[in-house]
Design a protein around this ligand. Structure first.
Ligand code: ADP
Ligand code: 5GP
Length: 217
């Protein structure tokens, strides 16, 4: 079967999906995203472009593509972004090129973007988008996580906490909402969502030919 290029029931071609993980800053989307990328070879991170300064431990081209404001503005003008937004005074954008081609080939992409970017992607590519929102178990725990992460100065943490309530209020713009209390449990739920979404009929573009074959046999 494989020699003829014929699709089997296990290898039906499907369109890739855009798996969006959002949360108020500190609720754990980077943690869950890293776990997903480690355990699932079929999904790739969509690396965003940002003007914010690099944090210790971050790698240019891997965590973000770090650019200055002039270059970012140029990219906006050249329409190189699927979406872009200003978050905490810095610009963030999703590059268009790799995602559009990848989806056709069946590549899944993971997005760590905020609610503004989620809305824009949904408006443009609704059927490809799966929107997952993570909530912290409590506001106190959110503060503990932001402080414990040790990557931001006190004033940055204070501003992230100020914005947390605003971000949480966008929970109803998502298809799935998961409380990130126990990290292993949260991760298992996110994996289940991804597995089910991959099996949606509309994404299985190889089904039509497969079913025709079934009927003809
Ligand atoms: P975000 O990407 O949403 O800003 P992070 O993934 O960086 O958040 O998580 C913030 C901090 O909280 C990190 O130090 C991370 O290790 C920790 N963390 C994430 N999920 C949990 C969890 N379920 N329980 C306890 N700590 C967590
Ligand atoms: P951080 O600076 O903590 O990495 O990210 C700050 C916020 O920007 C997070 O809420 C993150 O989801 C969001 N973000 C990161 N990349 C993008 C992007 O390309 N587009 C949009 N709209 N938001 C992004």
């Amino acid at each position: 079967m494989a020699e003829t290029g014929k699709q089997t029931g296990d290898t039906l071609h499907r369109r890739g999906l855009m798996f969006i993980l959002s949360s108020p800053s500190g609720a754990g989307k980077t943690t869950i995203a890293r776990m997903l990328l480690q355990h699932d070879a079929a999904i790739r991170m969509s690396v965003s472009v940002t003007t914010r300064p690099m944090r210790p431990g971050e790698v240019d081209g891997q965590d973000y593509i770090f650019v200055d404001q002039a270059r970012f503005d140029e990219m906006v003008e050249q329409e190189l972004f699927l979406e872009w937004a200003t978050v905490f005074g810095h610009s963030y954008g999703t590059p268009k090129a790799q995602v559009k081609a990848g989806l056709r080939e069946g590549q899944d992409f993971l997005f760590d973007i905020d609610w503004q970017g989620t809305q824009q992607l949904y408006q443009k590519l609704e059927t490809d988008v799966v929107r997952v929102f993570l909530l912290p178990p409590s506001i106190d725990e959110l503060r503990r996580r932001l402080t414990g992460r040790g990557t931001d100065a006190a004033d940055v943490i204070a501003s992230r906490m100020d914005r947390a309530r605003g971000e949480i209020s966008h929970w109803d713009g998502y298809d799935y909402v998961v409380v990130n209390d126990d990290v292993a449990l949260c991760f298992a739920k996110v994996q289940q969502i991804l597995a089910a979404e991959r099996m949606k009929r509309a994404r299985q573009t190889g089904l039509i030919g497969f079913v025709r074959g079934l009927m003809a046999d």
